[in-house]
Design a protein around this ligand. Structure first.
Ligand SMILES: [Zn+2]
Length: 94
């Protein structure tokens, strides 16, 4: 089974204690793991909406939705109306 990010963080911290000479590399890996963990949590709890074109958005839960103007946030949408999860749009979306 694939180790969870929490397990990997634990191992990495152990490695850092055993090999303090590799502190710089170890900390860099640790920072990446913590970041991954955040992204993971966000994607698990949220419905990600991706902008396609002409006002159409593709939702994580397999629906598409058309907005006449702006982003879901600008339209005051906080939740996906298909699956009920908090709505999240990728930062690059317009
Ligand atoms: Zn959804």
């Amino acid at each position: 089974m694939k180790p969870t990010i929490d397990e990997q963080i634990k191992w990495q911290k152990q490695l850092l204690r055993n090999y303090p000479q590799a502190e710089f590399e170890g900390n860099a890996i640790l920072t990446s793991l913590e970041r991954l963990k955040q992204i993971d949590a966000q994607e698990l709890v949220a419905c990600n909406w991706k902008y396609i074109e002409d006002g159409y958005w593709q939702t994580d839960c397999g629906e598409s939705f058309c907005l006449e103007e702006g982003t879901p946030e600008q339209n005051g949408m906080k939740y996906c109306h298909h699956c009920g999860k908090p709505l999240y749009t990728k930062p690059e979306a317009k």
